[in-house]
Ligand binder design. Structure first.
Ligand code: UFG
Length: 335
């Protein structure tokens, strides 16, 4: 059985579907602080998953989990991931992300589970010195969120050396879109991410989409990001897991499309897909935003055999369908 922490969240739940499609048995562990019970209900309709509500900061919850289920490997998503919030409340991030992960790793060791796929982030690189970013780029995070993920990467390296706990670290770039059958999707409260925020400016009457900064040194002055489709990202996790089983070797991979798109380009695609003249306002920069981030993902393609298939257009199309279903009570038949 594969344990998926944070399986009620955005990327975790899409990975659950991917693994279910391949016949894996899944246990989802989630405290539902940012994930949703409705997502779990949908996953239960799709396949045979066990859901355990529990918290990584509660050792008893972890003990019960590892005692009751025969776990071969872990895919670890559970974490807080808002950069801005992490600057205001770093304690919340260090306790949940770092301490929670340490509890998880120590329980894994106790129960002799020695394989983990870990969700890291391009935020561990900080402001790029060279683009595209490859895995050897120096890591100098510029916010507490990135610091927590880098700390965990270092713990994993030490745990491999000392205890032979093997890990695949996936450093992902920006994630977009949803399940092709629109059963689950991106659902953050509050929503801070670019694509859902643009789409909400279509569905929410008085919402005006704000562009954070138009004076960056990029082709149109707005920030450049690499938007990887969530189903392609979920596939990367499955491939990472299978590589870990096969090789029993720790490694690190960037997961991105290798294409950068500006905020204005994303906005234009949203306008086209929604066929709406979306209200927009140009405002000042948001703190902590690097001007440009996009991946060199050759290593994942060569070693894991990862082959991302979906374009940004595909991602925004599914995100728009999901937005209409989730927040506007429109049934799948009506869209
Ligand atoms: N943006 C806007 N308006 C909005 C929301 C976002 O202009 O309403 C801009 C941001 O300033 C940024 C870009 O759109 O330039 C993307 O912003 P997101 O909030 O969607 O994503 P981030 O790049 O800030 O964050 C993502 C992940 C983090 C991860 C980070 C790594 O959500 O978890 O990438 O840089 F740490």
């Amino acid at each position: 059985m594969i344990l998926i922490t944070g399986g009620a969240g955005y990327i975790g739940s899409h990975t659950v579907i991917n693994l279910l499609n391949q016949g894996y048995k899944i246990a989802v562990f989630d405290n539902l602080s940012t994930g949703h019970i409705e997502t779990i209900d949908t996953l239960k309709d799709i396949g045979d998953i066990k859901f355990i509500q529990g918290d990584l900061c509660n050792i008893k919850d972890l003990e019960n989990l590892f005692c009751n289920y025969d776990i071969q490997a872990v895919i670890h998503f559970a974490a807080f991931s808002l950069v801005e919030e992490s600057c205001i409340n770093p304690k919340k991030y260090y306790i949940n992300n770092v301490m929670g992960t340490l509890n998880l790793l120590n329980t894994m060791l106790k129960y002799d589970v020695k394989k983990i796929v870990f969700s890291s982030t391009c935020a561990t690189y900080g402001v790029p010195k060279i683009l595209p970013l490859d895995e050897n780029h120096p890591q100098n995070p510029i916010n507490p969120y990135g610091n927590t993920k880098l700390t965990i990467e270092r713990i994993l390296k030490d745990y491999d050396k000392a205890y032979e706990l093997k890990s695949i670290i996936l450093r992902y770039f920006n994630v977009a879109g949803c399940d092709s059958l629109i059963r689950i999707g991106e659902w953050h409260v509050p929503e801070t991410h670019l694509i859902p925020n643009i789409l909400k400016s279509v569905t929410e009457k008085d919402k005006v989409f704000k562009i954070f900064g138009t004076d960056y040194d990029t082709k149109d002055g707005t920030c450049v990001r690499d938007y990887v489709n969530v189903e392609d990202l979920a596939e990367a996790h499955r491939l990472a897991l299978e590589y870990l089983f096969k090789s029993n070797k720790s490694d690190i991979f960037n997961i991105g499309t290798e294409n950068g798109n500006t905020v204005k380009e994303v906005f234009d695609i949203c306008k086209e897909i929604t066929n709406t003249n979306i209200k927009v306002e140009e405002t000042q920069r948001r703190a902590g935003d690097p001007p440009s981030l996009y991946a060199n993902a050759k290593k994942a393609k060569e070693i894991l055999g990862w082959n991302p298939k979906k374009t940004l257009y595909d991602s925004i199309k599914t995100a728009w369908l999901w937005e209409k279903i989730l927040f506007n009570n429109i049934s799948k038949e009506e869209i």
